[in-house]
Design a protein around this ligand. Sequence first.
Ligand SMILES: [Zn+2]
Ligand SMILES: [Zn+2]
Length: 348
Amino acid sequence: MQPRWIGVVVRLGLFGLWLSVATGCATRAGSEVESSAIPDSALAAIGASETTTTSDQPYIVVLGTAQDGGYPQIGCDEPLCRAARQDPSRRRTTASLLIADPRTGRRWLIDATPDLREQFERARPHPPTRKTAGPRPPLFDGVFLTHAHIGHYAGLMHLGREIYGADALPVHASQRFCKFLATNGPWRLLVDTRAIILKAAQPDVPIVLAPDLTLTPFVVPHRDEFSDTFGYVIRGPARALLYIPDIDKWERWDRRIEDLIAGVDVALLDGTFAAEGEIPGRSMKDIPHPFLAESIARFAALPAAERAKIRFTHLNHTNPAVDPDSPAAAAVRAAGHVVADEGEHHRL
Ligand SMILES: [Zn+2]
Ligand SMILES: [Zn+2]
């Protein structure tokens, strides 16, 4: 853990370190992003205590940054996965966000991943004003799902009678996804027992979390076997964040990603694969994502301030950028972007 911690601090610079210690919320060099400068992975192993956000404004905590299978991945004996087994500080859990509002003590989850059990420990102290009365307080005030790929909703399994036994937890998803959950076991049991209450979300219609805090789903092209696929814009009193963990290719979308980036302060985007040929023995045509190389090339025309908003998440275990010391991660930074870190915070 020590060598990576040193690497992270050196990269961020002593100024960023000082800022984060002084304020708990710092700006990365060359970036307008107000984020915690030191990821909690550099401070403590997963599940240990979190850095606290001093602001009383709503904020996002990045609960996970890996593709559906997490990093390291089951059965993988490649050097990248071996390195993460030897050094747990390198691990990444499946992509997920927490929205926390200290003004009301409320919090919401975006995507319920197979890693939800340990990600809940990361979410537990947020917001600091949360009241946890009674023996089985609600885990969250709502869950928002992106799509029906296993890494994005399998964590719902923790909500049923076999485990937590949630009571009418609102789960928001597209109409098609709601129908899938309501009509297919084992998920149907969560609905029938009222562990969860399904809320069909309409694309491009904001969902109000507080008068000045909204979340708006929109449809992106993806492999939609059981559901369509949502991205989200979360808009707070001061800042906005764009979240697209899964999309086929930027060019297959009827919207220009650059237009959405222009309307937010932080853009957490699909960084699943670095480049073609990354998965030996598997055609990557069956699992399209924008390669980091393609995104970097596409976004190169943007002004530096726009490029600095972009942070890549949903990294596959084969993506060399999972290692901050890799040339692939250095190429992301050289292009003016960031590889998202587990536990980073973003004010809204
Ligand atoms: Zn995914
Ligand atoms: Zn997917």
